[in-house]
Structures are given as structure tokens and as C-alpha cells.
Ligand binder design. Structure first.
Ligand code: GLY
Length: 299
């Protein structure tokens, strides 16, 4: 039994997942509940997740999320979902209650409504902080290149030996309306397969989606690679192929509950707590241990 999440702010999700898994809940139920904790917390919106996120260039919060079940390779995602604070729960409904794997835009909003989710006005999905940032953006036309690409990704392995991956993000602040990143794409933002384990990524999704890094990590593990080696190999390949520096970090979990992480981050500034980390921080819990933050150095 184990779980791992991107960045320091995932610790509340990992604490929740650890409790749920130890109470014999499935990795899928545990993961959704853990991700919902962060999606619903307005104070973590500045990390580009759920309630309190930054809007797109037209002032609308558009969220992407996905979930993948390693037991059967079932997958569900929503892209550019407007008016709902828990996109991963809608993604789960896509996976379990529709015959599709991905629903986008106005179709995703209608689907969420049909599934019983209650829509909120756009304004209630922002905080005073993100509203003011948007007003400032409109005045200065700050480029999206100057902003970060944090994303919440969580991987869980339960007592029954099932692994699940989930991702939730608003994408970069003030993005072009309709922009979709790597997070809701299978094999790019996340992948889970009980035959090997699970992987997920965070960083510049416009670049990372070209490399299908999550699928590659799981594939390498399936072919016998260790979890850390698989992470390092895929991140090294992206670094070499892309050439120019970009923000990228990956996490992975194998079926023994061993975890790995790798990144191209020299430092990460926690904008909420004003703390600088020398590398990529992530949260991890493994059976018999207390959930903690660990830091992966620049590769
Ligand atoms: N990795 C999140 C995004 O670029 O949307």
C-alpha cells in the first residue's frame, strides 16, 4: 500500500489517501477523495487546482482532470470544464457512467449537470487573490510564458493490489481559452496498469504531451526497469530531445509500493508559503511510515 503526489500541497491529499487505503477503501475511491480535498480548498487554487484557480485569458476558470484505473485500463477525463470545482469526480463519471473516455467543453458541462453535479457561477470558483491577478494581467498583458505549470497528480496502490492514477489542473494562468494540456490525456499526464504500476507528470504540458512520459515510464517498469530508473530515463530523454530548458517533473509507483520521482527543476518556489525548495518536492506515504515531503534534485 502506498501513494505519492506532486508538490508540497499534495500532502493533504496523501494524508487522506493513506487513511482511506488503510481503512480498506479502493485506490480509486481513496484517490478521488484525496484529490477532492485539494480541489475544494480555495487556498490551494494558486497551485492551479480546482476552486481558487486562475482563469483563462477571458476570465473564465476552465479545469482539466483525468483518472485511470490500473485494474482494467479504464480511463475518464474532462477538458476545459467550466462551473464545477471537482473535475476529477466528473472525470470518474465519464469513466464509469458513459461509453466515452474524454468529454470536453460545453459537452463536459452538460454531462456534469446530467450526472447531478451542481454548477456554480464562474466568480465563485475564483478567490480575491486570483481575481486581482487576472485584473493585473489584463492591464499588463503578462505573457503566459512567465507563469508556472503546477498540477496535482496522485498515484495510489491499495491493499487489493490495484493501482490508480489521477490528475487535476486549471492549466497555466490566463491560458488561451480552450487550451488543453497534458494532464487529461492518457499516457501523457497519467497512466496506470496493474501489470506494472502508475506514473503521472507535472510541468509544461504543452511540451510534455509530445513525449507521452507517463506511458513510457509504466512501459519501462513493465519491461523490468526499477521505478526510479524508469523516471530518470524518461526525464533524461525529454531533456535531451527538447534541448531548451523547460519545467518537467514525474512521479511513479510500482506494484510493490516502491516510489520514484525525477525532475528538471533546479528550484520550486512555494508561492503560498514563500519557501524555496532546491528541486522538485512531492508527498509520499508507504505502509508503516508517516506521510512526508521529499525533494528530488534536478536531474
Ligand atoms: N501540466 C499541466 C498543464 O500544462 O496543463
Amino acid at each position: 500500500m502506498a501513494c505519492i503526489g506532486t508538490w508540497t500541497f499534495s500532502l493533504a491529499a496523501i494524508n487522506s489517501c493513506a487513511d482511506q487505503i488503510q481503512s480498506n477503501h479502493t485506490s480509486l475511491d481513496s484517490l478521488i477523495q484525496g484529490v477532492n480535498v485539494i480541489e475544494e480548498d480555495p487556498s490551494t487554487g494558486v497551485y492551479l487546482v480546482g476552486r481558487g484557480s486562475y482563469p483563462n485569458a477571458e476570465g473564465t476558470v476552465q479545469l482539466d482532470a483525468a483518472v485511470m484505473d490500473g485494474e482494467n485500463l479504464h480511463f475518464g477525463s474532462v477538458c476545459t470544464l467550466e462551473g464545477y470545482s471537482k473535475p476529477i469526480s466528473v472525470a470518474r463519471c465519464v469513466m464509469e457512467k458513459s461509453k466515452h473516455s474524454m468529454i470536453v467543453g460545453s459537452g463536459a458541462c452538460k454531462f456534469a449537470h446530467d450526472m447531478g453535479f451542481v454548477a456554480e457561477p464562474n466568480d465563485s470558483l475564483m478567490t480575491e487573490e486570483t481575481r486581482m491577478a487576472y485584473e493585473k494581467y489584463k492591464l499588463s498583458s503578462q505573457s503566459v510564458d512567465q507563469v508556472v505549470h503546477d498540477t496535482l497528480a496522485v498515484l495510489c496502490l491499495d491493499k487489493m493490489g490495484n493501482v490508480t492514477a489521477g490528475v487535476s489542473t486549471s492549466g497555466p494562468p490566463f491560458k488561451t481559452p480552450g487550451r488543453v494540456g497534458d494532464s487529461p490525456l492518457p499516457g501523457c499526464g497519467l497512466y496506470a496498469d496493474n501489470m506494472a504500476g502508475a506514473a503521472a507528470v507535472t510541468g509544461d504540458g504543452d511540451i510534455m504531451m509530445r513525449y507521452c512520459p507517463s506511458y513510457h515510464i509504466v512501459r519501462l517498469m513493465r519491461e523490468g526497469a526499477g521505478v526510479q530508473d524508469a523516471c530518470d530515463k524518461v526525464v533524461t530523454e525529454m531533456k535531451e530531445r527538447h534541448g531548451a530548458p523547460f519545467e518537467a517533473a514525474v512521479i511513479a509507483l510500482n506494484m510493490k509500493g516502491e516510489v520514484g520521482a525525477s525532475s528538471l527543476l533546479k528550484e520550486w518556489i512555494d508561492v503560498r508559503n514563500k519557501k524555496v525548495y532546491n528541486g522538485f518536492p512531492y508527498s509520499v506515504w508507504q505502509l508503516g511510515k508517516t506521510p512526508t515531503i521529499q525533494i528530488q534534485q534536478y536531474l
